[in-house]
Design a protein around this ligand. Structure first.
Ligand SMILES: CCCCCCC/C=C/C(=O)SCCNC(=O)CCNC(=O)[C@H](O)C(C)(C)COP(=O)(O)OP(=O)(O)OC[C@H]1O[C@@H](n2cnc3c(N)ncnc32)[C@H](O)[C@@H]1OP(=O)(O)O
Ligand SMILES: Cc1cc2nc3c(=O)[nH]c(=O)nc-3n(C[C@H](O)[C@H](O)[C@H](O)COP(=O)(O)OP(=O)(O)OC[C@H]3O[C@@H](n4cnc5c(N)ncnc54)[C@H](O)[C@@H]3O)c2cc1C
Length: 687
């Protein structure tokens, strides 16, 4: 059976040029080539084996992660990989590790919040991994509420140092049943990091200046032992086997730990030798800059995680057959294995399967394109900040927060749906889906709880609505609010199902829904004499308005993408269909909101569903090619159900045989626990 492609018929059905689509997915030919080369390098190196992860005990699992990270670094230096190639290598190794936090948060925090002088001291050390860093912000009692952090950094003018201290319960205003309010959660902190960016309340001369970042050395560079005053360790096992347990999320207490004054990150504000607090001309919110950066990265990562799950579920849905006639169809020339299935229905042909699967496939593409755009927005805001233009910061914060929330929620839910789409076999670890879900789901919480982040978007929306009357013209993603009067009055003009393929019609539908929901919230808020009380009372509605706004952004960026020149036979046409599935499935799911805001009629909602079904039929023959366009190796997918050749059943059988439980025919424990039991039953049966 080796070498047979059981999905060949599916691949032959494709109506577009897959190689061109691979480049669209990657973002450019260059990015495609780098990803292709590096993913194969990783896949072909047995050192990066990962199929044993769910079965390894934690200590072994963790040590294995350390080995892989060290080996990856050796490759990076020996092969002189560029920053882009190195980051792709870590990505394709596909194992959460301290390096994610070192490169993904510690280095960006140094870059964004240190002065040039500080950067020239710390960055070369971090780049060469002569120090390893993490991002230590969250405390046991404070995660979402960053302003509520209780760790203090008190300036001591006598010694020109800060004294960093985690307060004990007695000095705390909280009612936690813990003895010490410590830092809790940072990845890489538990066992690896030599340094941390610690967030603490800055105190000078008895005055509290709020939360600031400090570079704190945690462990000795000689023997890796914690420095005096520092207690540090791992917080324990997390959800799932393997999964995020490769990461040493940590707990840290700081007992009057002294650091030099120049280890306060001083780009946003400074403390002088005399202990004077000075604020630069930049907004205070830049202290939160690393979170904006990482949220933007998380949006890009969402499309990777979702596309992985969708690739597995799509390939398996084409392989898997249920019902139909076992002997009904004509015989084919192919292997006996395939012959026996002729006449049975591929589960991908069930409309219910398509209705669950294709919107997820479409979301993977939609998140890819919005991720690309968000990267551009982030670069743009960074360039503006460098020349003291802070005007787009609130929008960048709202977009990164909102899209992080929207895409991670949809991806986590989507991975679980893909597991169900694979029936019973989806529950096997060898499907790759349980581990993918367990690794991914904390993305809904870390880097900002998704509801908390949507409430930030809602604040931005309410602020925008309140400013409309003042003549301030909204710009960027919120520009549609400038046409709010028209959007409140207008009615959908769709008369036939195909009218739902008209981009301007679709855009107006999503704009009208978002604008109407925001305006309705603002009107309800105005009934409260205390705005904060009103905001809390109406927060569930506000979250829905924020979701509507974020969905509009994703839809509009997908439609924008289709305005570009997209080369390759049939590629644009297929993307148009995929885009249609994305927005029409959203319209269907949220039709209550579109109807309640009276922009569309029930008849128009029904036409949208007709068009959606037509698009499923258009996408069906292209489904396998659309997931092949992700260009994932079998190693990266880590799934028997999603393997490229579709030869699922023999692989499942072989993998089961290799399970450690099958090392012996009679299980360990038989003599102690089964034999006496069975003997006893035999005895009583005889009686
Ligand atoms: C790729 C790398 C690997 C990924 C691995 C990830 C591992 C995980 C790491 C972590 O989880 S690190 C810890 C992350 N923690 C959080 O995300 C905490 C979430 N909380 C917050 O971000 C904030 O505290 C908050 C909820 C936004 C605060 O809300 P609050 O209303 O209390 O705001 P203030 O602090 O008072 O600020 C008011 C003002 O500032 C604006 N603002 C808030 N955040 C930002 C920001 N990031 N950038 C720019 N502006 C921001 C906010 O909108 C307010 O504006 P105005 O209304 O006053 O105009
Ligand atoms: C795997 C993982 C890795 C992490 N890595 C790091 C790291 O490297 N560095 C770091 O500093 N931190 C890290 N964290 C911590 C993470 O950033 C926080 O857990 C996150 O910000 C959420 O905060 P919380 O835990 O305090 O949740 P809470 O705020 O306690 O949330 C609990 C519930 O309350 C709700 N809620 C909270 N506030 C409000 C509100 N104002 N209105 C309405 N509802 C609200 C939330 O929606 C949620 O349902 C990590 C967490 C995880 C799970």
């Amino acid at each position: 059976m080796a070498g047979v492609d059981y999905l060949a018929d599916e691949r032959n059905k494709a109506e577009f040029d897959v190689d061109s689509m691979k480049i669209v997915w990657a973002g450019s030919r260059h990015t495609f080539e780098v990803a292709d080369r590096i993913s194969k390098l990783v896949a072909n190196d047995p050192a990066f084996r990962k199929d044993d992860r769910p079965m390894l005990p934690r200590k072994e699992l963790f040590k294995n992660t350390l080995r892989k990270a060290a080996y990856a670094w050796k490759l990076i230096t020996e092969l002189r990989l560029s920053e882009e190639e190195a980051s792709k290598l870590r990505f394709f190794v596909d194992e959460p590790a301290y390096t994610d936090l070192h490169w993904g948060m510690f280095v960006p925090a140094l870059k964004g919040q240190c002065t040039d002088e500080q950067q020239s001291k710390w960055l070369p050390l971090a780049y060469k991994m002569q120090i390893i860093g993490c991002y230590a912000q969250t405390e046991l009692g404070h995660g979402s509420n960053v302003q509520g952090l209780e760790t203090t950094a008190t300036f001591d003018p006598q010694t020109d140092e800060f004294v960093i201290h985690s307060p004990t319960l007695t000095s705390s205003k909280c009612y936690h049943t813990v003895e010490v309010l410590c830092t809790w959660w940072p990845g890489g902190l538990g066992k690896v990091s030599t340094h941390a960016v610690v967030y603490a309340r800055l105190i000078t001369d008895g005055k509290d200046h709020g939360v600031h970042g400090f570079i704190v050395q945690l462990r000795s560079m000689e023997d890796h032992k914690p420095l005096p005053g520092i207690t540090v360790g791992d917080i324990g096992m997390k959800f799932g086997n393997g999964a995020y347990n490769t990461m040493d999320n940590g707990v840290l207490t700081l007992d009057h730990v002294r650091i030099p004054r120049d280890q306060m990150m001083m780009r946003v504000s400074q403390v002088t030798r005399e202990g004077k607090y000075k604020q630069s001309d930049v907004p205070r919110q830049l202290v939160y800059g690393t979170m904006v950066y990482v949220r933007q990265k998380i949006v890009a990562d969402a499309s990777c995680a979702l596309s992985k799950a969708v690739c597995i579920a799509t390939r398996y849905s084409a392989v898997r057959r249920q019902f139909g006639s076992q002997n009904g169809g004509p015989e084919t020339q192919s292997a006996h294995y395939r012959k026996s299935y002729t006449g049975l229905i591929q589960v991908i042909d069930y409309k219910t399967q398509q209705n669950r699967l294709f919107p997820l496939l479409a979301s993977a593409y939609a998140f890819r394109f919005v991720g690309e755009w968000l990267k551009w927005l982030y670069t743009d805001v960074t360039q503006r900040l460098a020349v003291n233009d802070f005007s787009t910061l609130p929008e960048a914060h709202a977009c990164t927060a909102g899209l992080k929330s929207l895409t991670t929620t949809a991806t986590a839910d989507g991975i679980e749906e893909c597991r169900k789409l694979c029936g019973g076999h989806g529950y096997l670890c060898t499907s790759g889906l349980p581990e993918l879900f367990a690794v991914y789901v904390p993305a809904c919480t870390y880097e900002g709880d998704n509801i908390v982040l949507l409430l930030q978007v809602a604040r931005f929306l309410m602020k925008t609505v309140s400013q409309i009357g003042s003549g301030k013209q909204p710009v960027g993603t919120i520009a549609y609010m400038g046409r709010v009067e028209h959007l409140l009055k207008s009615r959908c003009s769709v008369q036939r199902a195909e009218d739902w393929l008209n981009p301007s019609q679709v855009l107006e539908a999503f704009e009208a829904r978002a604008a109407r929901m925001s305006v309705s919230c603002a009107q309800n808020l105005s009934k409260f004499s205390n705005p904060e009380e009103g905001f809390a009372e109406l927060s569930a509605d506000l979250v829905e308005a924020a979701v509507a706004h974020c969905q509009l952004i994703v839809v509009s960026k997908f439609l924008d993408k289709l305005q570009q020149d997209i080369p390759g036979k049939g590629v644009k046409q297929l993307l148009q269909a995929v885009c249609g599935i994305y927005y029409l499935s959203l319209l269907h799911k949220h039709q209550g909101e579109f109807l309640a805001t009276s922009y569309i009629t029930p008849k128009q909602a029904a036409l949208a569903s007709d068009q959606l079904r037509a698009l499923y039929s258009k996408v069906r023959p292209n489904a396998i090619a659309l997931v092949d366009s992700f260009n994932y190796t079998d190693h990266f997918l880590g799934s028997i159900l999603g393997c490229y050749d579709g030869n699922v059943y023999p692989k499942l059988y072989e993998a089961a045989k290799k399970d450690p439980l099958n090392d012996t025919v009679v299980p360990d424990g038989y003599h102690e626990y089964l034999k006496p039991l069975l003997k006893q039953q035999l005895h009583s049966a005889k009686l």
